[in-house]
Design a protein around this ligand. Structure first.
Ligand code: IMP
Length: 200
């Protein structure tokens, strides 16, 4: 079975390739599949955005496609930055550091610092089947950044399941508790079930 990842992000491609190892699946990025598509993320939820990205590829190429959408929800900010995590705060060209600094300033000395990372994966099949999984990593926003690993908002997030900040964890430690790790592992199971059903 051929599966197209609705992204050209090399890290995502590596993670998804690891996941489908041994499953008789040929996983290609959009550009490897010869597709140049930039889908606008107009959905109000992570689920909707993941679906929009995967469906656009299935419609264009007629084959199975998978996409993910993720971000950070901060309770005291009514769920911000949410689906806007990648474009939150100052300007289009802002760095990860600019964005988490903006978040820290907006939160100020607010006592309620609970937050979560969310990752939704959606896979659309040419037969109309839609597979979807969601992973969440609960935690809190720290008062100051810590650690050098990871990306995005990792330096200001401390997972409940860890005794250090997300950016202080090794990639394996992060993967074991992260929203993306959880959504990916569940997706692998869903995909196996779908394949077993359709191969019969
Ligand atoms: P997307 O899913 O590629 O659209 O990414 C959404 C944005 O959410 C990223 O640009 C990051 O700002 C944020 N984000 C998603 N996952 C993580 C994570 O594991 N650590 C830190 N930030 C994340």
């Amino acid at each position: 079975m051929r599966l197209i990842l609705a992204s050209n992000n090399k890290n995502k491609l590596r993670e998804f390739r690891q996941l489908v190892e041994g499953m008789d699946i040929e996983l290609l990025s959009q550009s490897e599949a010869g597709l140049n598509l930039d889908v606008e993320e107009t959905g109000a939820t992570f689920e909707e955005n993941a679906y929009l990205k995967a469906k656009a590829v299935t419609d264009a190429l007629g084959c199975a496609a998978v996409a993910d959408d993720s971000g950070l929800e901060v309770d005291a900010l009514d769920g911000e930055p949410g689906v806007y995590s990648a474009r939150y705060g100052p300007g289009h060209d802002a760095s990860d550091r600019d964005r988490y600094t903006y978040l820290l300033n907006k939160l100020g000395d607010e006592k309620n610092r609970s937050a979560r990372f969310v990752c939704c994966i959606c896979c659309t099949m040419p037969d109309g089947t839609v597979l979807g999984t969601r992973g969440e990593c609960e935690g809190e926003i720290m008062y100051a950044p810590k650690g050098e690993n990871g990306f995005g908002y990792d330096p200001v997030f401390k997972p409940l399941a860890a005794d250090r900040g997300m950016a202080e964890l090794t990639p394996d430690e992060k993967n074991a508790i992260s929203h993306r790790g959880m959504a990916l592992r569940e997706f692998a199971e869903e995909l196996k079930r779908y394949k077993n059903g359709t191969d019969k």
